[in-house]
Design a binder for this molecule. Structure first.
Ligand SMILES: [Zn+2]
Length: 167
């Protein structure tokens, strides 16, 4: 037995680093209305960030709670079947997210992760937009000029995120 029915499954699948998902569009519109200008899915940056605000040296990832394993979130529960498969899949996604964040930060980008549940909650969303807005303005004041893109090698980054192997 699968916890998702067919419709829900395809909805969930479409959110795996999906492009132009509903929550993503909602956030973009709100930022645009606040006067922020951005590019989307910039493929030359690690992780193809969903929203790139170059002027603010900032990128925003809109993460699906299930796929990216939102800690403590009710939408991030593991399916009852194939538990190991999902555990592995989601852990792999989290490690990749972490690696991409390191690569971006190493190059002077401010990285912000936003969770879909925050966008879908009306009350939280309006607070979130205010938070992002002031964060971005702070970035604009404090960030120095971006260095030329130079990403750590894959091995360098792995080394940085690696934790003692306890298994
Ligand atoms: Zn969540």
């Amino acid at each position: 037995m699968d916890i998702f029915d067919k419709e829900k499954r395809s909805e969930v699948m479409s959110h795996i680093r999906g492009r132009n998902t509903k929550p993503e569009v909602k956030l973009r519109k709100a930022l645009f209305a606040k006067g922020f200008r951005y590019r989307t899915n910039v493929s030359k940056l690690p992780g193809k960030p969903d929203i790139v605000l170059r002027k603010y040296k900032s990128v925003i990832f809109v993460n699906g709670c299930f796929w990216h394993g939102h800690e403590g979130c009710k939408y991030a529960t593991r399916p009852k079947s194939n538990t190991e498969f999902w555990e592995h899949k989601i852990r792999t996604n989290q490690q990749r997210d972490q690696l991409q964040t390191l690569q971006l930060e190493a190059n002077g980008w401010h990285v912000r992760t936003v969770w879909e549940c925050e966008i879908n909650n009306r009350l939280r969303f309006s607070v979130l937009v205010e938070e992002l807005s002031s964060e971005l303005k702070t970035q604009l004041r404090t960030s120095t000029k971006l260095k030329n893109y130079r990403f750590p090698t894959y091995e360098e980054s792995l080394w940085k995120v690696a934790e003692p192997d306890t298994e």
